[in-house]
Design a protein around this ligand. Structure first.
Ligand code: ZN
Length: 463
């Protein structure tokens, strides 16, 4: 099995070789020496393949070697981690789970830990996280580059045609056209152009852009995909299905929306499970939707039961992640607030751990006043059935009180819509909940595109 994993990676590279730019090599026309950029990229890609191809025991050993180095670094530079790691006997499962409040304490008191030799400068990363409030976190240049290269490897291995135009539609984008997809892909391969547009543009302009570029790859958030599949049949009465792929960002890309994206837009979906703090956690299998290959060279993933013991293979539990390259802000057994099931392999032949049933991204786990747990889901399509909505966020402020923030195209809400929204929130959360609805021009998501559309302030501030 390890052999076929290597083979798959090589086949992918061979397939992409015809797109390699001549200047990816040390001298144009010389196909012997890779440029430093190509060597660096291939080095990380090969490392990722080699890690993924190991036996479970070997993989564990390799990851623990990395974690040991991280623990030594953290203990040397952080009183918080010195205290947490004191007396630890070497079994990862014995370390306490790191919660957001713990993280805030470490970051507030100590700031960034120093970088390692060869890992470059420490940069600040902000995240809105689950509380919707900004928390500054830190990462080395190496950690950022490693994450980026794994994402790009995932794109290459998906089989998507990178010579197609990439349409990038995110809220913070400004309108621009660049000659290539950027990053290592753009530096090494003759990719198509990258055309960027703000997600806050009129939907008709986004539709026009897509229709101008048949066969393009669309990178955008799920609210835009939902709006597109709704508007497409009227916008394109000839039923042209122009998109080859959608690279999804954010939550709520559920089965229904995927099926509609496939049917209406003709697009395959390539998703990834990541967080701002650590980068790639698991990357969606191109052959089996909703199966995510764990990025074992970047993160150790554990799935725990509510009592903190390890869940059985295939059993849904809490996702806890350790970042192997997180030296500036260590994330060791960091609880993301998501649920998922962990399997030893994927049906496609991928040899390494694989996540399914990732649930936190399509909803939120609510701990009810009586101690029970509810998986609450408020989906874009539920809201769209009531009214056109550009953005939304549902916040649980008190045990039985919810705020629904909406950004609407025309800013107005009828009494009937108001009542329907209150009923929807109660249906998805707690019957007889107090529901407050506010309409605003924008929602402050913080400096991140991983939007938490469901925020539980009660769970994050116990007591
Ligand atoms: Zn797979």
């Amino acid at each position: 099995m390890p052999a076929s994993s290597f083979l798959a990676a090589r086949t992918t590279l061979l397939a992409a070789t015809k797109l390699l730019r001549p200047d990816a090599f040390a001298a144009p026309g010389q196909m012997l020496l890779p440029s430093p950029a190509l060597a660096e990229t291939l080095g990380i890609w090969t490392l990722a393949d080699a890690v993924a191809a190991r036996s479970p025991a070997d993989l564990r050993r390799w990851q623990m070697l990395h974690l040991d180095a991280l623990f030594t670094h953290a203990s040397a530079h952080s009183a918080f981690w010195r205290q947490r790691l004191a007396g630890w006997a070497g079994d990862l499962a014995d370390l306490p789970v790191l919660r957001r409040a713990d993280l805030r304490q470490q970051v507030t008191a100590e700031g960034a830990l120093p970088s390692l030799p060869g890992h470059g400068q420490v940069a600040t990363r902000s995240t809105s996280g689950s509380t919707g409030t900004a928390l500054s976190l830190f990462a080395t240049q190496w950690a950022g580059m490693f994450a980026q290269f794994l994402y790009e490897k995932h794109v290459l291995e998906s089989g998507m045609d990178i010579s197609a135009p990439l349409l990038s539609i995110f809220p913070r984008n400004t309108a621009s056209v660049r000659p290539n997809w950027g990053g290592a892909l753009g530096q090494l391969f003759a990719t198509g152009p990258m055309i960027s547009m703000s997600a806050n543009t009129d939907l008709a302009e986004i539709i026009a852009l897509i229709r101008q570029h048949p066969g393009a790859v669309l990178a955008t958030g799920t609210p835009i995909v939902a709006a597109l599949v709704d508007a497409w049949p009227t916008a394109a009465p000839d039923h042209a299905t122009p998109l080859a792929w959608i690279m999804a960002r954010g939550s709520n890309f559920d089965e229904v929306l995927r099926a509609r994206a496939r049917q209406v837009l003709g697009a395959q979906v390539l998703d990834r499970y990541s967080c701002e703090e650590i980068g790639p956690i698991a990357l969606e299998c191109p052959h089996h939707p909703f199966h995510y290959h764990v990025a074992s060279a970047n993160a150790v993933v554990e799935v725990l039961r509510l009592d903190g013991t390890l869940a059985a293979p295939g059993e849904v539990g809490r996702v806890v992640v350790s970042g192997l390259h997180s030296h500036a802000t260590p994330f060791i057994r960091y609880e993301l607030g998501d649920l998922a099931a962990l399997h030893p392999t994927c049906a496609c032949g991928f040899h390494g751990p694989t996540l399914t049933d990732i649930a936190g991204r399509t909803g939120e786990i609510i701990r009810l006043p009586d101690g029970k747990i509810l998986w609450a889901q408020l989906r874009v399509r539920d809201l769209l059935a009531i009214l056109p909505v550009h953005e939304f966020r549902l916040t649980r402020r008190q045990p039985t009180a919810f705020d629904l923030e909406l950004v609407l195209p025309d800013g107005a809400l009828t009494e009937a819509q108001h009542q329907a929204l209150v009923a929807l929130v109660r249906e998805k959360t707690i019957q007889n909940a107090d529901v407050t609805i506010t309409i605003s021009d924008t929602i402050d998501w913080g400096n991140t595109y991983k939007r938490r559309e469901f925020v539980d302030l009660v769970a994050t501030n116990p007591g």
